[in-house]
Design a protein around this ligand. Structure first.
Ligand SMILES: [Fe+2]
Ligand SMILES: [Fe+2]
Length: 327
């Protein structure tokens, strides 16, 4: 029997069928058995939100022990309780001193993407605080481990899905904050990290057909899109999740130093320094992302364009520090 489910609800041992909407899926076959969490992560990272499963072929997900399926041994299905967003794999990886930086970075990046995908599906208070636990671990790792941070920069994915974008902006902004605030205890890096990862959470209030539109947005659609900073601020206020200062990241990441941003057309120092950090990372990630109407721009070209054509959008000193992250 065929059934449509959300990708984030997939479990190992389910049998999935690729449909026409998966135009460029990364799997070798069009029908296959989900073997492990990595397969699920790959599907989520491909931007596939809904998926068809064949319940007559998959192994029932309630089976609690290992079962064999043909010649393959299938591990027991992991439980994905909605509130349990942070996997043990992430917790163990960030604390494992022997894990090579490139491997650690890959686990962190993939886990962060899945955390954000689940959070965007249901941004209730319980889920936001669970996600924050994982983000705190990632912040600690970036602060203490330069090698893994460098690897994280290199593996940044350039597809533009809200959750990959949230991870990229989160990671880049934490790195910039580390460079700016090193040695100062005036900044709560954990809360800051959470603010950066959650900067676009208000997009859950924008109609999905606008969020997922393959082409450029019309002016009318843009108007609807421009509500997301305020909606995000509102969600975080209602769920009582971030300090007032860190909520400025969410509210002000589309403000521009020259007054051309939204929602309040603030200028210069009226934009909180946390909002200005988020803005730089956000623009950089939008430029380097691949969209259906534009190819991905290489990092150097994006930085060059920001410097030559957009410098009055940013705080110059912050931008210079941002460029140094890539040197
Ligand atoms: Fe945004
Ligand atoms: Fe953004």
């Amino acid at each position: 029997m065929l059934k449509q489910i959300k990708s984030i609800d997939l479990k190992p041992s389910m049998y999935v069928i690729c449909t026409a909407s998966w135009s460029n899926h990364p799997f070798l076959k069009n029908r296959f058995l989900i073997e492990n969490e990595n397969d699920i992560t790959t599907i989520i990272k491909s931007g596939i939100r809904e998926i068809t499963i064949d319940t007559s072929k998959g192994v029932p997900v309630t089976i609690a022990e290992s079962v064999s399926h043909g010649d393959k041994e299938i591990k027991p299905p992991a439980r994905w309780e909605p509130e349990r967003l942070v996997t043990d794999e992430l917790k163990e990886a960030v604390r494992d001193d022997k894990l090579p930086p490139e491997k650690k970075a890959r686990i962190v990046y993939d886990s962060a993407t899945v955390i954000m995908a689940k959070l965007f599906d249901d941004p209730k208070a319980k889920n936001i605080s669970a996600a924050k636990e994982g983000i705190y671990d990632i912040v600690d790792l970036i602060i203490s481990d330069d090698k893994t941070s460098l690897n994280l920069l290199q593996i940044t994915s350039h597809d533009f899905y809200t959750y990959t974008h949230s991870v990229n902006v989160g990671l880049l902004s934490i790195m910039l904050s580390k460079a700016l605030f090193k040695g100062s205890d005036a900044h709560d890096m954990h809360e800051l990290g959470a603010g950066f990862f959650l900067h676009d959470i208000g997009k859950v209030k924008v109609p999905p057909e606008i969020i997922n539109k393959p082409g450029r947005l019309t002016e009318e659609e843009m108007m609807k899109m421009r509500i997301h900073p305020y909606q995000g601020y509102k969600i975080l206020t209602e769920t009582n999740q971030l300090t007032q200062e860190c909520k400025y990241i969410v509210l002000q990441h589309h403000e521009r130093a020259n007054g051309t941003g939204y929602p309040s057309r603030l200028t210069g120092d009226d934009i909180h320094v946390y909002g200005r950090i988020g803005c730089i990372a956000d623009v950089y990630d939008a430029l380097t992302a691949e969209r259906s109407y534009k190819p991905s721009m290489p990092p150097f070209d994006a930085l060059k364009l920001m410097k030559e054509q957009m410098i009055d959008h940013f705080h110059k000193e912050l931008f210079d520090k941002f460029v140094l992250l890539f040197s």
